[in-house]
Design a protein around this ligand. Structure first.
Ligand SMILES: [Zn+2]
Ligand SMILES: [Zn+2]
Length: 586
């Protein structure tokens, strides 16, 4: 078969994802290959230049994570529309295997039997066959199995629909693939992320996108043609929700230019925030109506404006300040906006002057001091703090006193070569009794100390509280690192009396970190707001173990804004001298 149509990057990414899913099903050492294909799919899907050019100029292997084997498959897919690896894998499995293998308890062998006996290639066909009593007569299945299968399908699809939330980091990756694809449609001026993603929530149920378009129906059609769509959950003329091959749920609202702002506001949520705006709007309308009746004026309508409304306009018409998405949680932001009391200087990405909390090869980081310094400089930073682990964190290659001497010498050497100011720091362990790692006379020589807990998480609340209080009361100035030790979707925050600790910090030489590692995002917004009441200062850090992880900064800023942090409350918005003075340990 010859094909002349060239596949675009999304179709190629979809094929790579299919290969990955099939390799995953084979199991064993093919799992590792699966991961490579998965990563390759992400790289190709997220490519900002034309895939054709990259292929034709033989530059595939210069892309990160793409080796020779992967490159050859991408080339084949682009040039011929097919992949030899995919063809080979498909021979090994019955059709529909990827979707069917998602049903718990259904092994590859069983799926093959079902296919051979009944020609089943999808979950829908499986369900229909079970309901018609066709499964029970297949050898090795039986009535009980059939009944169980129906239950499983019901609960499985329910769970998939309602409960699974994507981690913010993955949701953003997937969302940018979809928006890239949507940009290729004509007549679309504006594609914007909405929902909890726009509000920088830690996890995302549905990736919500709002488009500004003069041809909504055509855009929805284009959306449904996205190659990674495996299921259409809901479809209307101007909106649709789908599920992608990786399980992500994505909804698109295609709004005409005059409706775009309101659609964006509604889709951004939160629900409670939007509902309250509605109540305010209808109260206002009722008052207006009553007023015009009393004055016996023929209800004079306000002149239709020729300018298209923006979200800002909508808030202003309701008699309040514009509310940034990160604040829209119905936690006092509407009352503050009505009173004109929202912070005007909420911290922004552009405010950050220093890259705080960076690891290097001296402990468990991937890159050298020089590489980290240059990466920070490339992002426009004025300073970078090198804060490797302290000796107690032996599992993370904590820096011993001898190595520390060496590191400080290296910092001096690198400083000769770069403009960004390199500050000597440590991420000192808060040991079990609350003291900091390294002797005091060493601690006093650092430029900056991040103090974190890395072990013994499971103390009872009283002991943990005492441990942290002791740490915060140490005479050196320290920044409380990834405060409550949570790992999103993996480990809850540890138990302690946060308010008591905040009271102590307010009286101590200490600040609190907002950790931008997307798995930590600690401390969380409600506690940031509690700390703000006590006038405690913060840093927004990256906790970077590689140069790439400096991109964590956007997450840190997002979570800080959700905590209503102002620029003046964030120490690393200061210039280098002022920052050094603010965090000087002794
Ligand atoms: Zn740490
Ligand atoms: Zn760290």
């Amino acid at each position: 078969m010859t094909k002349t149509r060239r596949l675009d990057k999304f179709a190629i990414a979809a094929a790579l994802q299919e290969i990955a899913a099939l390799l995953e099903l084979k199991g064993g050492k093919d799992r590792f290959k699966a991961r490579a294909y998965q990563a390759g799919a992400r790289v190709v899907g997220g490519l900002s230049e034309d895939i054709g050019e990259v292929v034709l100029e033989n530059r595939l292997t210069s892309l990160r994570g793409i080796g020779d084997a992967l490159a050859s498959q991408i080339e084949q897919l682009y040039l011929t529309g097919e992949s030899s690896v995919l063809r080979g894998l498909k021979k090994d499995f019955p059709p529909g295997i990827i979707e069917l293998s998602g049903v718990p308890g259904l092994s590859t062998a069983k799926i093959k039997t079902l296919h051979d006996a009944l020609g089943i290639t999808s979950v829908a066909e499986l369900k229909a066959a079970a309901e018609a009593g066709q499964i029970r007569i297949i050898k090795g299945f039986g009535a009980k199995t059939e009944e169980k299968l129906l239950e499983t399908i019901a609960s499985h699809s329910l769970r998939a629909k309602n409960e699974e939330r994507l981690h913010l980091h993955r949701a953003l990756q997937t969302a940018s693939q979809v928006t890239d694809y949507l940009q290729t449609s004509h007549d679309t001026t504006d594609i914007t992320l909405a929902g909890s993603l726009r509000r920088w929530k830690e996890t995302v149920g549905t990736i919500r996108i709002v488009a500004n378009t003069t041809r909504p129906a055509a855009l929805i059609k284009h959306f449904l043609g996205f190659p990674l769509v495996v299921e259409v959950i809901e479809q209307m003329e101007e909106a649709s929700t789908v599920r992608l091959a990786d399980g992500a749920r994505v909804s698109l609202v295609a709004a005409s230019p005059s409706e775009f702002a309101l659609a964006l506001l509604t889709e951004t949520g939160s629900e409670a925030h939007v509902n309250k705006l509605h109540r305010i709007a209808s109260d206002g309308a009722n008052r207006q109506e009553a007023k015009s009746k009393r004055s016996k004026n023929p209800g004079r309508k306000s002149k239709p404006s020729t300018e298209l409304p923006t979200e800002e306009d909508i808030y202003h018409q309701l008699g309040m300040q514009y509310i940034p998405p990160e604040l829209r949680e119905e936690q006092g932001e509407i009352e503050a906006a009505l009173a004109g009391k929202l912070p005007a200087d909420l911290v922004t990405f552009a405010d950050i002057r220093g890259m705080v909390h960076c690891h290097t090869t001296y402990s468990d980081g991937k890159h050298s001091i020089e590489e980290m310094a240059r990466a920070a400089e490339a992002m426009g930073m004025k300073y970078v703090t090198i804060t490797d682990h302290s000796p107690t964190a032996f599992y993370a290659g904590g820096v011993t006193l001898d190595q520390l001497k060496q590191q400080w010498e290296e910092i001096e050497e690198v400083q000769e070569k770069v403009k960004v100011k390199i500050l000597r720091g440590t991420e000192s362990d808060i040991v079990a009794d609350g003291h900091l790692d390294y002797p005091d006379k060493i601690l006093e020589q650092f430029d900056v100390i991040v103090a974190s807990i890395h072990s013994r998480y499971k103390m009872d609340s009283a002991k943990m509280t005492k441990r942290i209080v002791t740490a915060m009361q140490q005479p050196v100035f320290k920044i409380w690192g990834h405060a409550l030790g949570r790992l999103i979707q993996r480990r809850p925050p540890f138990e302690c009396d946060v308010e008591q600790i905040l009271d102590v910090i307010a009286e101590s030489r200490a600040a609190i970190e907002v950790n931008g590692d997307p798995w930590r995002l600690d401390m969380e917004p409600r506690w940031i707001r509690e700390a703000r009441k006590r006038k405690i200062k913060f840093v927004i850090s990256v906790d970077a173990h590689s140069t790439g992880a400096m991109n964590n900064l956007k997450y840190g800023v997002g979570i800080a804004r959700r905590g209503w942090l102002r620029k003046s409350e964030v120490l690393n918005t200061l210039g280098v001298k002022a920052f050094q003075n603010a965090v000087k340990p002794a």
